[in-house]
Design a protein around this ligand. Structure first.
Ligand code: ZN
Length: 135
């Protein structure tokens, strides 16, 4: 039986992408799961999860800048809270990722990292993990 593991991630800016590969990998090691699947989910409506390049920080910069062009901060939005662009961006990137686990490690490509995408920070965010073991 595997429970849900909760991680907390503190964001520092209105918009940013924070790599969380390391903290997820650490949670896997603490669970001692060698082979299986890790489902990662954020229970929020103005942040999301994506997997992309972690080597060149310009990629993260370009993703944020491109999303800003696609979903401008100023617009004819109806949502009274005033953070509609953050809701739209969160839906564009999605709220979950699933990564395979082999030999106790997340199966990611050389250049891939798992990022929490903050669109309405700074805030404290929760990340839920469901780790399912083959054995
Ligand atoms: Zn809102």
């Amino acid at each position: 039986m595997s429970e849900i593991i909760e991680l907390t991630v503190k964001t520092n800016r209105r918009e940013e992408m924070i790599e969380i590969t390391g903290v997820i990998q650490k949670a896997l090691q603490e669970k001692g799961v060698a082979n299986g699947i890790c489902h990662i989910f954020v229970p929020h409506t103005t942040c999301g999860l994506t997997i992309n390049e972690h080597a060149d920080p310009d990629v993260v910069h370009d993703i944020i800048a491109t999303l800003d062009k696609m979903v401008p901060f100023e617009g004819n939005y109806r949502h009274m809270e005033g953070n509609s662009p953050a809701h739209v961006k969160a839906s564009l990137v999605g709220s979950s990722q699933t990564v395979m686990i082999a030999g106790g490690k997340l199966c990611l490509g050389t250049w891939q990292g798992i990022f929490l995408c903050e669109f309405d920070g700074p805030r404290q965010r929760r990340v839920w993990l469901k780790i399912m073991s083959d054995a």
